[in-house]
Each structure stands twice: as structure tokens, then as C-alpha cells.
Ligand binder design. Structure first.
Ligand SMILES: *[C@@H]1O[C@H](CO)[C@@H](O)[C@H](O)[C@H]1NC(C)=O
Length: 211
């Protein structure tokens, strides 16, 4: 009994981690069918080819001319082979002076790898500790699931960052847009954020909010 329970524990851990892949190797999304809570239905296996498992396009920088930042998302709609596998990808480009403002991914942990340039990146824990560091080419950093984080171009050259997420659908909520791009009544917003109403209205004018 003493020996068996750790073995059972290990086996049940293995089973639960492999659970979504237990009945088939993959489920390339049939994007023509409606999506359910667990993803898209699978393309018929006999129609799947190697090209379903290859994505081309991450070699091209996004257009940073307007906002100084651009994200090229590679999630299920762009790369249907990710369906059901619990991962997705992105490429982020930051021009000189570019900032990816504080945001969260409610459904995913994020890993970044700096491919070109230098960034200052960080996140804020639920204990409100700020963990940030300047990263150079070849450095990687993790932003744990759901925590607010940011990436800033800290150099004099364009930045290229490779991103991966622990979800096929990480979600994205940018703090400034959550607060200032909608019709949240300014008085209620002032009461619930402790910000001044003039400051709120100024930020709403910038981010496209009303009220
Ligand atoms: C990049 O975006 C700008 C403004 O949004 C646009 O004028 C320009 O044509 C775009 N460049 C490319 C290469 O698509």
C-alpha cells in the first residue's frame, strides 16, 4: 500500500495532463463549423496534410508605423492545427519608442523570447510586487497567467519578440482600454478608482471613451 499510492498518484497525474489528447493525436479545426466551448470540430483526418501543421508568416514584421507596436497573432483562426492543443503563438514588433501597455491574458501564461533588440519587460503579482528587467536578444521571460504585464522597447533599434501562450485562446485586456475606452459613467469610475473626474475625462478623450 505504501508503494502503491505514489504510483497511482503519478499515473493519475500523467492521465490528467494527457487527457485532452487521449482519444486522438490532433483535431485540426474545421473553421467552417461553429465553435463550441471546447473549440472547433475536427477536419476529417483523411483531408489533413503536413501543411495543416505548418504556419508561415512569422518572418514578416507587423506594421508599427501607426502605434509603434504591432502584434501578429497565431491562434486557431490563423493556424487551425492549434485547436484543442492548449497553446498559441504571436510575434510582437516594437519600433523605437514603442510600448505594449499594461495588459492581461485572463486565460494563459505567456512566455516571450527576445529575437532582436532590447526590451524592459515586467509583470505585477497579486501581492502587488513589480518584477521587471531589461532583456537582451536571446533572453526569455514568463508572465504568469492573468497577471498585468508590459513590454517597452528599451533600445535604439526595432524590437522583435516571439510569444507563446498556454492557451489556444489567451484573451487580451488592456488596462487603459478597460478603464477609458467605454461608456463607464465617469462619476462611478471616479468613485471606484479614486481618480479625479477631470483626469478620467482627459483619458477618455484620448482612448475613445464617453460618459
Ligand atoms: C502601415 O500602416 C500605415 C498607417 O496605418 C499605412 O499608411 C501604410 O501603408 C502601412 N504600410 C504597409 C507596408 O502596409
Amino acid at each position: 500500500m505504501r508503494m502503491i499510492s505514489p504510483i497511482i498518484f503519478t499515473i493519475s497525474l500523467l492521465l490528467s495532463s494527457a487527457c485532452h489528447a487521449a482519444v486522438q493525436d490532433f483535431c485540426v479545426a474545421d473553421l467552417t463549423a461553429p465553435q463550441s466551448l471546447v473549440g472547433y470540430p475536427c477536419k476529417k483526418p483523411e483531408t489533413v496534410t503536413v501543411n495543416d501543421f505548418v504556419y508561415s508568416g512569422l518572418g514578416v514584421a507587423g506594421n508599427t508605423s501607426k502605434l509603434k507596436v504591432a502584434v501578429t497573432w497565431v491562434t486557431v483562426p490563423e493556424f487551425p492545427a492549434l485547436n484543442g492543443l492548449g497553446i498559441s503563438l504571436a510575434r510582437a514588433d516594437l519600433a523605437v519608442g514603442g510600448v505594449f501597455p499594461i495588459h492581461t491574458h485572463p486565460r494563459a501564461t505567456e512566455a516571450i523570447i527576445v529575437l532582436e533588440g532590447k526590451v524592459t519587460a515586467g509583470f505585477i503579482s497579486s501581492a502587488n510586487t513589480v518584477y521587471y528587467k531589461t532583456l537582451k536578444q536571446g533572453d526569455a521571460m514568463i508572465f504568469p497567467q492573468g497577471l498585468p504585464h508590459f513590454v517597452v522597447n528599451a533600445g535604439a533599434t526595432p524590437v522583435q519578440v516571439f510569444v507563446s501562450f498556454s492557451s489556444a485562446s489567451p484573451g487580451l485586456q488592456v488596462l487603459d482600454y478597460a478603464l477609458f475606452s467605454n461608456d463607464f459613467p465617469s462619476e462611478l469610475e471616479a468613485a471606484t478608482t479614486f481618480l479625479d473626474i477631470p483626469q478620467i475625462k482627459k483619458l477618455k478623450a484620448f482612448f475613445g471613451g464617453t460618459g
